[in-house]
Design a protein around this ligand. Structure first.
Ligand code: KIV
Ligand code: ZN
Length: 417
């Protein structure tokens, strides 16, 4: 590994000092994204994230993940669905006791669910009910009137208990607009503090979601608006950002984007887009993003693809000659510039392989203690490329083997000579 080149991780507890990142060539994006001034993050890794097929977090896992999210200054942690089991109830209750941030518990518009959440001592109860006709008819076997009534009663019960209430009209993006507005107004009149807009099956597009969010913001009265987006078409993060652009104050995200089916908007993508592209100070300690991502990868057993934005192993890696040479000179050449590996607790890497150029090879040889001539660099590069072309991983050991074969002198030999 190229020790001097790879950027250093910041100490995990260090809060990154935000510098205005008004890079001249980037002004265009910043100018077009100035509409978001305040953005909160609601993490649902422990609830929707845990609904990932074949994923289940133990009590200890939940406590560890919640503690980390809390230390990162996440605004709300949805710790689980307390009525689900005794173990879930205990985990939520103990997370509430241990956390300094707002802890939320999920509940259907059912008395037992709401009482379980209240008994667990949560700061916020998130009540949800289906509002699209397809779900009302074929999942709930109910009517719109019954749905509206149970929503209102549930919000009222939570508010009587003196607890913050979030109301979700589930499948909002496939709900008739008039019924959606009707139930949002009813929930808001009943005292809901938050109206969430779930894109339950991920069918929204950014333009449409922005319009829908603006409409809900208008109908929500005193209640603040939150959005919950799924990634069935790879639009979850874009839709979450469209929600903020339309006036939502908060979005629901999960680490690595885990969750039902294709998952939720990814915490790391939404937070870094807010910080770096919209220039919003979320207050989140972004330097712990890589750490939390690795923990969730291990505990959820959902592998993070190498090309996953922000947290994939390739997110700050460079192999091709032009890119690596540019990055050696100035990292802004082939990285966003406004998002660096340091900001997310990651490391930059120059990968050797089929596309490597002489700049990378020279850097890495020098770093490994060699003093190559130009001809030697060219010859080692040829061997690296040939080896990489056979889909072989070019490790530092391999590089040193090529250097010895070519007869590259060590730096100390060079000094003695
Ligand atoms: O996707 C969804 O609609 C949900 C609700 C519980 C908000 O997860
Ligand atoms: Zn969901």
């Amino acid at each position: 590994m190229l020790a001097s080149f790879i950027s250093k991780c910041l100490c995990p507890t260090t809060r990154i000092r935000r510098e205005p990142r008004r890079i001249e060539f980037f002004q265009g994006t910043l100018d077009s994204t100035s509409e978001i001034t305040d953005a909160r993050i609601f993490d649902t890794t422990l609830r929707d994230g845990e609904q990932t097929p074949r994923t289940s977090f133990s009590y200890e896992d939940k406590r560890e993940i919640a503690a980390l999210l809390d230390e990162m200054n996440t605004h709300v942690i949805e710790a689980g669905f307390p009525v689900n089991s005794d173990a879930e109830f205990e985990a939520v209750r103990d997370i509430v006791d241990a956390s300094s941030t707002t802890v939320c518990g999920l509940a259907r518009v059912v008395e037992g669910d709401i009482e379980a959440a209240l008994d667990a001592g949560v700061d916020m109860v998130h009540v949800f009910v289906s509002t699209s006709d397809v779900q009302i008819e074929d999942s709930m076997h109910a009517t719109r009137d019954q749905v509206r009534e149970s929503a209102v009663e549930s919000v009222q019960r939570v508010k009587e208990a003196g607890v913050e209430c979030m109301f979700s009209p589930m499948d909002a993006t496939r709900t008739s607009e008039s019924f959606l507005i009707d139930i949002v107004e009813a929930a808001s009149d009943a005292g809901a503090d938050w109206i969430n807009i779930p894109d339950t099956v991920g069918v929204a597009t950014p333009t449409r979601f922005k319009e829908l969010t603006a409409m809900v913001v208008d109908a929500a009265g005193e209640a603040r608006v939150d959005v919950h987006t799924h990634d069935d078409f790879g639009l979850a993060a874009a839709n979450a950002l469209a929600g903020y652009e339309a006036g939502a104050s908060q979005s629901q995200v999960s680490i690595n984007g885990i969750g039902e089916r294709a998952g939720n908007a990814a915490y790391e993508e939404v937070v870094m887009a807010l910080e770096s592209l919209y220039n919003v100070d979320t207050g989140i300690d972004t330097t712990r993003i890589s750490e939390v991502s690795r923990i969730i990868e291990g505990k959820s057993d959902v592998p993070v693809p190498g090309n996953k934005p922000v947290v994939g192993t390739n997110a700050f890696s460079h192999e091709s000659g032009i890119h690596a040479a540019g990055v050696i000179e100035n990292t802004d050449t082939f990285e966003p510039g406004v998002m660096t590996p340091e900001m997310v607790g990651a490391e930059r890497e120059l990968v050797l392989g089929k596309h490597t150029g002489t700049h990378s090879v020279r850097e890495r040889l020098v770093e490994a203690g060699y003093a190559p001539t130009d001809d030697e660099v060219r010859e080692v590069t040829r061997r690296v490329k040939d080896f990489g072309a056979q889909a072989q991983r070019v490790t530092i050991d391999e590089l040193e083997k090529f250097a010895r074969q070519v007869g590259v002198a060590r730096q100390e030999e060079e000094v003695r000579a």
